[in-house]
Design a protein around this ligand. Structure first.
Ligand code: HEM
Ligand code: HEM
Length: 125
């Protein structure tokens, strides 16, 4: 497996673990106020990063600089989403601050899309 896929899966599993502990705490405390933050840590962290890591592990898929840029941006987006969203939900920060998480998440997805589209130029395996 390419190093970049190991990197994606490592951060994905850490997000999944943190998301599950968070979910268990929400369930036990009956306080679901952080539902969107828990959901997006799991969905941008565990789910999205795993899909991307799996893609770069497929035979023939490029795992060069673009894949690493994808990894850094998408991981940053997932982590910042989990760090900033609770402060926005509790009105400690203005909602506009979420751009700091959204921009890397969206740029990471654009890198991924470029990686996927570049496959169309290659012969069918
Ligand atoms: C140990 C594992 C988990 C526990 C204990 C847990 C717990 C919870 C709880 C208590 C809620 C709030 C439910 C509500 O207020 O309606 C919730 C919501 C949510 N969780 Fe988890 N969760 C876990 C894992 C996951 C995973 C792995 C994902 C995604 C891959 C996920 C995605 C979501 C989503 C999307 C919501 C929002 C659902 C909605 O809008 O109704 N959760 N979770
Ligand atoms: C930059 C990335 C994203 C942004 C800015 C974003 C934004 C939002 C917003 C504003 C809501 C409404 C929350 C509320 O009403 O309290 C929401 C809900 C939801 N989003 Fe996202 N989202 C993103 C990525 C994703 C991804 C990648 C997935 C799935 C793989 C996803 C799945 C969901 C689900 C299931 C809900 C309903 C549960 C909840 O309220 O948290 N989102 N999202």
């Amino acid at each position: 497996m390419p190093r970049v896929s190991s990197a994606f899966f490592t951060v994905a599993a850490l997000c999944g673990l943190a998301g599950m502990v968070w979910g268990s705490y929400m369930g036990a405390s009956h306080d679901h106020a952080m539902l969107p933050a828990h959901a997006h840590l799991n969905l941008l962290g565990w789910v999205t990063l795993s899909i991307m890591g799996g893609f770069y592990a497929l035979p023939g898929n490029q795992s060069g600089v673009l894949a690493w840029v994808n990894f850094v941006l998408s991981s940053l987006g997932a982590v910042l989403m989990a760090v900033l969203l609770p402060r926005v939900l509790t009105q400690q920060l203005d909602g506009k601050v979420m751009m700091a998480a959204e921009i890397p998440a969206i740029l990471g997805m654009i890198c991924f899309l470029i990686g996927v589209i570049s496959n169309w130029r290659k012969p069918v395996a």
